[in-house]
Design a binder for this molecule. Structure first.
Ligand SMILES: O=C(O)C1=C[C@@H](OP(=O)(O)O)[C@@H](O)[C@H](O)C1
Ligand SMILES: C=C(OP(=O)(O)O)C(=O)O
Length: 430
């Protein structure tokens, strides 16, 4: 399905933030890795969170869900010997379950999104699992991937952090269950370091002990641990909310989003500080962000690695700022649902934005007068491209037609409903 985004000068109203994608993935996973019964309150509902529900059920977890919670009886260190798993387009789910699959005799991860997840590299995790006595067949580091595990071995493990933090997180979920103690060393720079903090937070809540160096480049993981059965509550999601906040920042607005904890470990909560640096009038108190936008913004410089999933939304806001903005240290945006530098900037430029790419930077020459719009946007299968171009469309002179905008459901199926509730002129077309 496509979406039309029409110019909308004013937004106002209140919404509750969607539930965090990253915490939902992690809580459902640690619940599955426990042998008892855990409860997860307010799990996200999206394609990626459906993917983890489906896969842990295939691996033997029992799930019962109502409107507010999901109750999970886990499989511990003994997943069912399933033959095939389908993670849809969910990168984190794939990488975390590749580690869990090391406990199974023979699992194949199928390739259902050849033009998105099917293009993303997993070599660094394949290489690390190889060190652990796990046999892996793969298509040049990409899906489909067949894992023959059964007897993974802990010990000394080296993993690269240059492309994604998800490989390291995957190993942190698996190694506590092994017979041996493990020492994990991260080679190269660790990208998305803050997200590893979310992994460690959830592991600690699940009763797992990990000794992490302060820089997150080395870890000692005692073996023979068990995941405790617990009750977890999923917090609100900053990456998805970042797009709504950016929409409020580029319009005349009076927009409130609830359920965004100030002390969250989500790096993307930096979107609030970045918008403040851009001189967008806002407050953030008691878990509520209130934006009273004037549509006027100042350019900003920001280390995007600290808030990887909010960079596209912040760039969309910078399209209308006074001056030149620079988002640096963002090379790993190239290895997400699409190349979020080249592909994203191509769509922004089509809409009339003045943008430049470097290998690891996005540069935006702001156009406070607005952009032309009036073009068709290719979503590149990327929910965050869809949300960011929607922000741009609100302040384009002519509407934007976003092709295949239904891929927004990867993380935020209610995104257009939420924007419409705030007065945005967006609609689905077939
Ligand atoms: O661990 C996770 O749940 C995630 C880690 C990040 O990926 P990278 O580590 O590849 O940057 C992030 O972009 C992704 O949406 C979710
Ligand atoms: C990159 C993302 O997700 P994943 O890596 O889990 O596919 C995202 O949600 O923006």
């Amino acid at each position: 399905m496509d979406a039309i985004v029409r110019p909308t000068p004013v937004l106002s109203g209140e919404i509750g933030a969607l539930s965090s994608k990253n915490y939902t993935t992690r809580y459902l996973l640690v619940a599955a890795l426990s042998e008892g019964t855990s409860t997860v309150y307010y799990p996200a509902h999206s394609e990626d969170s459906d993917a983890i529900r489906r896969c842990i059920a295939d691996l033997g977890a029992e799930l019962q869900e109502d409107g507010e919670k999901i109750v999970i009886r886990g499989f511990g260190r003994h997943p069912k010997p399933v033959k095939e798993l389908n993670v849809g387009n969910a990168g984190a789910v794939l990488r975390f379950l590749m580690a869990v699959a090391a406990l199974c005799p023979d699992v194949t991860f199928v390739n259902t999104y050849p033009d998105s997840l099917g293009k993303r590299p997993h070599d660094d995790l394949i290489e690390a699992l190889g060190q652990m006595n796990v046999e892996i067949e793969h298509n040049a580091g990409r899906l489909p991937i067949r894992i023959r595990g059964g007897q993974p071995q802990g010990g000394r493990i080296r993993v690269s952090g240059e492309v994604s933090s998800q490989y390291l997180s995957a190993l942190l979920f698996l190694t506590p269950l092994l017979e041996e103690d493990s020492e994990i060393t991260v080679t190269g720079d660790l990208k998305s370091k803050v997200v590893v903090g979310q992994t460690l937070e959830v592991l600690e809540q699940a009763g797992i002990v990990i000794h992490a160096a302060e820089d997150y480049l080395s870890f000692r993981v005692p073996g023979r641990q068990s995941y405790a059965a617990k009750t977890y509550t999923v917090q609100g999601d900053y990456p998805g909310s970042a797009a709504v906040l950016a929409a409020a920042a580029v319009t005349e607005s009076d927009v409130t989003i609830h359920r965004l904890a100030e002390n969250s470990r989500q790096g993307e909560r930096a979107v609030v500080d970045v918008l403040r640096m851009m001189e967008v009038p806002l407050t953030h108190e008691n878990g509520t962000v209130h934006v009273q936008g004037t549509g006027r913004l100042k350019a900003v410089e920001f280390d995007g690695d600290a808030a990887t999933d909010a960079v596209l939304a912040m760039v969309a806001a910078a399209v209308f700022a006074e001056g030149t903005s620079r988002f640096y240290n963002v090379e790993n945006l190239r290895y997400k649902e699409c190349d979020r530098i080249t592909d994203y900037l191509a769509e922004l430029a089509k809409a009339g934005a003045r943008v430049e790419e470097r290998r690891d930077e996005i540069i935006v020459h702001g156009r406070p007068e607005g952009v032309e719009g009036g073009v068709t946007i290719n979503a590149h299968y990327d929910h965050r491209v869809i949300m960011a171009l929607t922000v741009v469309g609100l302040r384009s002179k002519e509407p934007l037609l976003i092709k295949d905008a239904h891929h927004v459901a990867k993380s935020y199926p209610q995104f257009f409903d939420h924007l419409r509730a705030l007065g945005a002129r967006v609609e689905w077309v077939n």
